[in-house]
Design a protein around this ligand. Structure first.
Ligand code: SAH
Length: 348
C-alpha cells in the first residue's frame, strides 16, 4: 500500500498492524514525514491546542544499582562522579521551579538504595504539602508493588518508567542478565492499576534495534494505553560498552513521535532533551511532529554535569530560569505557548 494511505488509515483507526507499522518505519522520506507530521499536529491541536506543558526535572541522584549497558550512570561506570541531593536541596529546586511557573515536578534518578521507601515517602509528602497545586512525577525505576502503592498514598501522581524496548530479545541485549523485560512491563501494569498517570517509552536507534522492534513498541503502547510516552534518540556515552555505537537519528525519532501521536492521540508526548542534544532545533521539531511537553531542568547547576546518561547533553551549565525562558522563546518561535498548568492528560 502507498505510504500516505497507511498514514490515512492510522489517522482513522489509531492503530496499524505490525507489518504496516514496519513498512512505514522502513520507508521514511521527507515527503511522507511531512504528511505524517501535518496529521499528527491536527490530532495534537484537537486535544491540546497550541499549549505546551512544562515539567521541572530534578535529577536528584546518579547512584544506581543497575548496569544498563547504554546508560552513563550504570553502576560499572567508575568514572561517573556520584551525587545525591538532600531533601532540602530538592525542596529548594521545587520552590525555584514554582516561582518560574512550573506546576509539575519530576523526581528522576538512578535506582539508589539510599533512597529507601521511608525517605522517598518523606520527600513526596513534603513536596505535596508545600506545593498542593502541583503534580508530582516519580522516575526512579523498578520497585515492588507495595512501594509504588506507598508512594502513591504519600501523594505521588505520576510515574515514568520507559519500557526501553517491547521486544524481549532486544531488551536482553541492552541490559545485564539480572534485568527482566517481563518485570519491567509488570511494573507498568502495577503502576496503572494503582492509579498513577503512567508514562512508558523507548530509545530510538538503540543498538540492535530493527524497524520491527519499533513496530512492536507501538503495539505494546497501544495495549498499555499509557498517559505519557517519552522517547528520544539513543546517544552513545563514552564510558559505556556502547561507546562506539551509532546514535539514533533525529529524523527517525521525529517520525516515531508522529506515529505515536496518531496511535495514542490523547497522550502527553515530551520533546526530549536527547532530541535537543542531537540537533539544535530538535525540541522545536519534536513539537512540530506532534509532541506537546518539554522538560526543562531544575537540578542545581552544581550537579548538572554529573547526571550524564549520554554524551554532549545540553543545558548543563544553565540556571533553571535560563532554561525556562529559553524554552518559552523556543516555543513562541514556532507558534506554541508554554502554559502554567499541571498539564494532566486529557483522557485515556
Ligand atoms: N532509573 C530510572 C530513570 C532512568 S534515566 C529508570 O529506570 O526509569 C531515564 C531514561 O534515559 C532511561 O529510561 C533511558 O531511556 C534514557 N537513557 C539512558 N541512557 C541513554 C542514552 N545513552 N541515550 C539516550 N537515552 C538514554
Amino acid at each position: 500500500m502507498m505510504m500516505k494511505k497507511l498514514i490515512d488509515k492510522l489517522e482513522q483507526n489509531s492503530i496499524l498492524s505490525m507489518d504496516e507499522y514496519t513498512e512505514l518505519i522502513s520507508n521514511i522520506s521527507p515527503e511522507i514525514a511531512e504528511y505524517l507530521f501535518e496529521k499528527a499536529r491536527q490530532a495534537r491541536h484537537k486535544y491540546y491546542g497550541h499549549d505546551v506543558y512544562i515539567r521541572g526535572l530534578i535529577e536528584f541522584t546518579n547512584y544506581c544499582k543497575n548496569d544498563c549497558i547504554y546508560c552513563g550512570i550504570r553502576r560499572s561506570n567508575k568514572n561517573a562522579e556520584r551525587y545525591r541531593l538532600s531533601k532540602d536541596d530538592i525542596l529548594q529546586c521545587c520552590q525555584s521551579g514554582y516561582d518560574l511557573g512550573f506546576r509539575t515536578f519530576v523526581l528522576q534518578g538512578g535506582e539508589d538504595p539510599y533512597f529507601t521507601d521511608e525517605r522517598m515517602i518523606s520527600i513526596i509528602s513534603s513536596i505535596k504539602q508545600q506545593f498542593p497545586d502541583c503534580a508530582l512525577t516519580l522516575s526512579i525505576g523498578e520497585k515492588e508493588h507495595e512501594s509504588y502503592q506507598a508512594f502513591f498514598d504519600a501523594g505521588a501522581d505520576r510515574y515514568l518508567l520507559r519500557h526501553e524496548t517491547a521486544n524481549d530479545e532486544h531488551y536482553r541485549r541492552l541490559h545485564p542478565e539480572e534485568m527482566s523485560p517481563l518485570h519491567r512491563k509488570k511494573c507498568l501494569y502495577d503502576l496503572k492499576a494503582i492509579g498513577y498517570q503512567v508514562g512508558c517509552g523507548f530509545m530510538v536507534g538503540s543498538p540492535y534495534q530493527t524497524a520491527e522492534n519499533l513496530a512492536e513498541d507501538l503495539l505494546f503502547i497501544k495495549e498499555l494505553q499509557p498517559h505519557m510516552v517519552g522517547i528520544g534518540p539513543f546517544i552513545a556515552q563514552h564510558d559505556t560498552p556502547f561507546a562506539d555505537r551509532k546514535n539514533g537519528t533525529m529524523n527517525l525519532t521525529l517520525f516515531m513521535l508522529g506515529l505515536l501521536r496518531l496511535t495514542v492521540p490523547y497522550a502527553l508526548l515530551p520533546s526530549t532533551t536527547a532530541l535537543g542534544t542531537i540537533h539544535p532545533l530538535g525540541r522545536e521539531k519534536g513539537i512540530l511532529a506532534g509532541a506537546n511537553v518539554v522538560m526543562p531542568n531544575l537540578s542545581p547547576v552544581s550537579v548538572r554535569k554529573k547526571y550524564l546518561l549520554y554524551d554532549n547533553k545540553i543545558c548543563t551549565g544553565d540556571e533553571a530560569a535560563e532554561c525556562r525562558y529559553c524554552m518559552q522563546s523556543r516555543m513562541e518561535s514556532i507558534g506554541y505557548h508554554v502554559v502554567i498548568d499541571r498539564g494532566d492528560c486529557r483522557t485515556v
